[in-house]
Design a protein around this ligand. Structure first.
Ligand code: SF4
Length: 222
């Protein structure tokens, strides 16, 4: 059965956005990315590998990959074929292997082997789009960015916190409407809430601490 499309919700009043987020944060106060990484480079590679793959499958693949290639120089030596050996369990592995090696070459050539703290430079890397750049800027560099994945896109529309027709509209709505002091962590709260409670097919509204502020019209409360 295909995942349900976001149902139209009325926009959540701005005054409710903070309390809604506080409620889902209380369910997961230590929310953070579930990808395994040790530094900005391994985070970047893990996020590139995570497109259309679960974090759990990426973590399984990167245990061996990062043991053999913990930095860009080792990754270039390993080459696309060597990277492929580790990541065959995840989707799009051939293109991802090529991108990981190519981006490592660029980091060595143009950035002294470091991950740049710069959106344009990040988005210029192979396999890195706006969402990946937002994750790296948020998690590695502490910026208040909002990476809109499938969960956040659904929540933005379903709850009314930031309805939008495409991911950029939802991202801009969230950045504009979330209180600035909550924005950085909100990325993690929303992803985990979508993954474990506000699920695609059947949101578990009966155990949702934020139900009082959510504008979804079809809540099942028992
Ligand atoms: S009340 Fe239901 S639809 Fe609203 S955020 Fe909670 S789980 Fe999602």
């Amino acid at each position: 059965m295909p995942a349900a499309a976001p149902r139209p919700a009325t926009r959540m009043p701005r005054a409710d956005v903070g309390p809604f987020l506080q409620a889902i944060a209380a369910m997961r106060p230590d929310a953070q990315t579930e990808l395994a990484f040790t530094d900005p480079y391994t985070l970047l590679v893990a996020v590139v590998l995570s497109a259309q793959a679960t974090d759990a499958s990426v973590n399984k693949a990167t245990v061996g990959l990062f043991a053999e290639a913990p930095g860009p120089a080792e990754m270039v030596v390993l080459g696309a074929e060597g990277v492929s050996r580790h990541i065959r369990v995840i989707g799009l592995w051939q293109a991802k292997a090529r991108n990981v090696v190519a981006l490592s070459e660029i980091l060595l050539r143009d950035h002294g082997g470091q991950v740049p703290h710069d959106r344009a430079a990040l988005e210029a890397l192979p396999g890195v789009g706006r969402k990946t750049a937002n994750v790296v800027l948020n998690v590695a560099f502490g910026e208040a960015t909002m990476a809109v994945d499938t969960h956040i896109f659904r929540l933005g529309n379903r709850t009314g916190i930031a309805p939008g027709k495409n991911v950029r509209e939802v991202e801009d709505g969230l950045v504009a409407r979330i209180p600035p002091d909550m924005l950085r962590q909100a990325h993690h709260w929303l992803i985990l809430h979508g993954r474990y409670v506000c699920k695609a097919r059947r949101p578990e509204c009966w155990r949702c601490a934020a139900a009082a502020w959510c504008r979804f019209k079809f809540k099942e409360m028992k």
